[in-house]
Write a protein that binds this ligand. Structure first.
Ligand SMILES: [Zn+2]
Length: 104
C-alpha cells in the first residue's frame, strides 16, 4: 500500500483549528516550517484500506490476510483438494512444477 499526500501552495490562514498562521508548501521551506505548516491529523478513509481477509474468515483487515491466515488458507486448500496430508500436495506440486535445479 502506498500513501500519497499532496500539498497545495503556501497560504496564510486565520482561525486555524491547530493555531497555525499558514498551511501547505513553498519551495525551499525548512523542515521546521514544513512541520509547522503541514502538521495535523491526517485521516485515512477506512473503506479504502480495509478489506475482507482473503482466507474467507470474514475478518476485516488492511492486508491480504490476517496474521497467520495465509497458512490457514493454504491448509484449507490442501484439505479440500488432497484430503489433508501436506505430502500429497507437495508430491503433486513437484510433479506439476518440478523444483528448480538450484533449489535445495
Ligand atoms: Zn482470515
Amino acid at each position: 500500500m502506498a500513501i500519497r499526500a499532496r500539498l497545495g501552495d503556501y497560504e496564510q490562514v486565520t482561525n486555524d483549528v491547530l493555531g497555525r498562521s499558514a498551511i501547505d508548501y513553498f519551495p525551499r521551506m525548512t523542515e521546521a516550517e514544513a512541520l509547522e505548516a503541514d502538521r495535523g491529523v491526517w485521516l485515512l478513509n477506512p473503506k479504502v484500506i480495509a478489506r475482507d481477509c482473503a482466507c474467507g474468515c470474514g475478518e476485516t483487515i488492511t492486508h491480504d490476510f490476517g496474521p497467520g491466515h495465509e497458512l490457514r488458507a493454504i491448509q484449507a486448500r490442501v484439505r479440500e483438494h488432497f484430503g489433508g496430508p501436506a505430502l500429497a500436495f507437495i508430491t503433486w506440486l513437484d510433479i506439476e512444477l518440478p523444483p528448480k535445479a538450484s533449489a535445495a
